[in-house]
Structure formats: structure tokens, C-alpha cells
Ligand binder design. Structure first.
Ligand code: FES
Length: 161
């Protein structure tokens, strides 16, 4: 008699059903997160990149148009030169009609140089000396020659290229 009331035990099947629903819910949540991230990123990057490229090309065109002369050829003595502090450049004239330009930043430890005597520019930081006619080192501790700079001579005006 009492054995009949023990029959309805559907406990294990209910647990299995709850577990299955829980797993399905997790799968749906993970899929939603993944697709959301992929959709938003590429569109933002493309928009920013296109704008920056346009601005760069516009500004470089404007800088090329305003080519103010650095010096007149008559300002540069033959066998010597002249320092342009603001531009950190020295322009020299090794032989009549031949012009060269070099950076006035010392190649030893980057001190700006403003001391020019004849064809020698000197660094007051540690005593290096350079020829402004070819940029070569004349006195250490510097070992690298001066960095050459591009100039353009047009008539009697010299401009930095
Ligand atoms: S920085 Fe010019 S000699 Fe050292």
C-alpha cells in the first residue's frame, strides 16, 4: 500500500531541464556581446583616418608657398659664412659662387653653436670645433660632422629648401 505513494519522483528530470535552459541563456548572452563589439570599431577608425590625411596635405601646400629668403648672397663672405640663430643654420661660401649650409646643433651633445671665427664654428659646451666649409670635425670631443642643410640659391637670394 505505501509503495504507490513513492512513485511520482520526477526530481532528476526537473534538474536536467533547469540546467539546459541556463546553458542556452549563457550562449545567447555571449553571442550578443561578440557581435556588438565587431560592428562598432571599424566604422569609427575609418572616419578618423580620412580626416587627418586631408588636413596634412593642405598645410604642406601652404608652407611651400611662403618661401622667405634666408639671406642674400652678398651677406656670405667667401671662405667664411654667417650664422642664422633662429633657423639653427650656418651658411658658408667655400669658393666664390659656391654656397653650403649646415646645422649649428653640435653633434656631440646637441648644444646650439653661435661662435664663428673665419671658417670655424665652436661649441662652448665641451670645446668641439667644426669647419663650416665642409662640416668636418676640427676638434673633439665631437666625432660626427655637422648635419648638412639643403639651400636654394635663386639670383642673389638664399632660401632653406
Ligand atoms: S655639446 Fe658641443 S662639444 Fe659637447
Amino acid at each position: 500500500m505505501t509503495s504507490e505513494s513513492v512513485q511520482p519522483m520526477s526530481g532528476p528530470s526537473r534538474r536536467a531541464l533547469v540546467a539546459a535552459v541556463g546553458a542556452a541563456g549563457l550562449t545567447v548572452a555571449l553571442t550578443a556581446c561578440g557581435s556588438g563589439d565587431e560592428a562598432s570599431d571599424p566604422s569609427t577608425e575609418q572616419g578618423a583616418g580620412g580626416g587627418a590625411t586631408n588636413e596634412e596635405s593642405g598645410s604642406s601646400t601652404g608652407a611651400g608657398a611662403g618661401d622667405a629668403a634666408l639671406a642674400k648672397t652678398t651677406d656670405i663672405p667667401v671662405g667664411s659664412g654667417k650664422i642664422f640663430k633662429d633657423e639653427k643654420v650656418v651658411v658658408s661660401q667655400p669658393t666664390a659662387g659656391e654656397y653650403k649650409a649646415f646645422s649649428t646643433v653640435c653633434t656631440h651633445r646637441d648644444c646650439p653653436m653661435v661662435d664663428l671665427k673665419d671658417d670655424i664654428i665652436s661649441c662652448t659646451c665641451h670645446g668641439s670645433q667644426f669647419s663650416i666649409l665642409d662640416g668636418s670635425v676640427k676638434k673633439d670631443p665631437a666625432v660626427k660632422p655637422l648635419e648638412p642643410k639643403q639651400i636654394t640659391v635663386n639670383g642673389d637670394s638664399i632660401t632653406l629648401a
